[in-house]
Write a protein that binds this ligand. Structure first.
Ligand SMILES: Cc1cc2nc3c(=O)[nH]c(=O)nc-3n(C[C@H](O)[C@H](O)[C@H](O)COP(=O)(O)OP(=O)(O)OC[C@H]3O[C@@H](n4cnc5c(N)ncnc54)[C@H](O)[C@@H]3O)c2cc1C
Length: 322
């Protein structure tokens, strides 16, 4: 069975959930081999085995922690040349997409980004599902040149455990001077509250201009906390300075694909939809029954969010007490 390379996303030895999602997709295509850059592979090995990794290629060099993305792309390119994998799966994060693009150029291969699913086609070759034009059209694409390089959105595929050997083999690849052109000078750990990471959260509660002000946006945070959810915002909110830009969902913000996306006071502009349309269940609260967001919702509540959200929080509180 052909190998399928999966570039691991990890931090402090902890395997990110998206890596387990990629392994689930990789198992449909062949025998998954994780590519682990930098330190911490020992700590992550058990989790990789739990999600079906057959092998773990570990490149421990300090370069992977010291320089931005380019060394990882070079390492993957050398592994593609050596192992001739059926595909390379990479997390569709900002960094992951850059690695994917660079790898595709280095290996003269086709690249597919923003995939929300990957399956084996009739001939066994990978077929990626991609939402296009802000989610209005879904296409199924395949790479016809070189080794398919596919960047998959975090949270789009449900990670399913399956036992694997996760046999570790150390690998080395020379890192070129060009790849060392941009050095990481400092790591600043983002201040993280109790809330889950926006792109990995199972539930996202987002607020829009309808919240009226930074103070008004507070009800969105309260609802998110009642649900154990991450907070998102429309661009109208982040541009107005009511909430930080890093929480913006949409075409020029984060792409999310949670089990539940709850949008309050958001009209549903195409640029906002582009970042949340693949959510499994969508609920909107909007006082305008004609708001475009209702075109894509599973459940809609027509009403003033300042009346609806506090009632929701109260009800959630009652259920928690049961
Ligand atoms: C190139 C480009 C990129 C963009 N990228 C993004 C992006 O990444 N993300 C993004 O979000 N936008 C993006 N935008 C902006 C986008 O076009 C919209 O302007 C924006 O999404 C609107 O935000 P909103 O829905 O919060 O505000 P509005 O469109 O003003 O909608 C507010 C909604 O709140 C409702 N409302 C008002 N008061 C209440 C109340 N009390 N209770 C309930 N409902 C209420 C209104 O009925 C209305 O539907 C981009 C635009 C461009 C041109």
């Amino acid at each position: 069975m052909a190998e399928v390379l999966v570039l691991a996303e990890h931090a402090g030895g902890e395997v990110k959930k998206v890596t387990c999602e990629l392994l689930t997709a990789a198992r449909r295509l062949g025998s998954p081999s994780v590519v682990w850059t930098g330190s911490g592979a020992g700590a992550g090995q058990a989790r990789l085995a739990e999600f079906g990794a057959d092998r773990v290629y570990v490149a421990e060099g300090a370069e992977y922690d010291e320089f931005v993305v380019a060394p990882a792309a070079e390492l993957l390119a050398s592994l593609v040349a050596e192992k001739a994998p059926a595909a390379v799966l990479i997390a569709g994060t900002l960094e992951g997409k850059e690695v994917a693009g660079r790898l595709a150029v280095k290996t003269a291969s086709g690249v597919l980004t923003d995939a929300v699913n990957v399956v084996a086609g009739e001939d066994g070759a990978p077929v990626a599902e991609q939402p296009n034009f802000g989610g209005a059209i879904t296409v199924h694409s395949r790479v016809v040149k070189g080794t398919p390089v596919i960047a998959v959105r975090p949270n789009a595929i449900t990670a399913e455990p399956a036992a694997g050997a996760a046999e570790v083999s150390p690998v080395t690849a020379a890192v070129s001077d060009a790849a060392k052109a941009t050095r990481i000078t400092e790591h600043v750990v983002a201040e993280k509250g109790e809330r889950p990471d926006l792109t990995e959260a199972q539930i996202v509660v987002s607020g829009g201009r309808g919240t009226g002000s930074a103070e008004g946006f507070g009800v969105i945070e309260q609802l998110a906390d009642a649900l154990g959810a991450a907070v998102g915002a429309s661009r109208a909110v982040t541009d107005a300075g009511w909430y930080p830009h890093q929480f913006q969902v949409g075409q020029t913000g984060k792409t999310v694909s949670p089990q539940l996306y709850l949008a309050a006071g958001i009209s549903g502009a195409i640029q906002h939809r582009a970042g949340m349309q693949t959510s499994k269940t969508i609920i909107a609260i909007n006082k305008d029954p004609e708001a475009p967001i209702f075109e894509i919702t599973d459940f809609g509540i027509v009403g003033d969010l300042f009346q609806v959200v506090p009632q929701l929080i109260e009800e959630i509180g009652k259920h928690k007490q049961l």
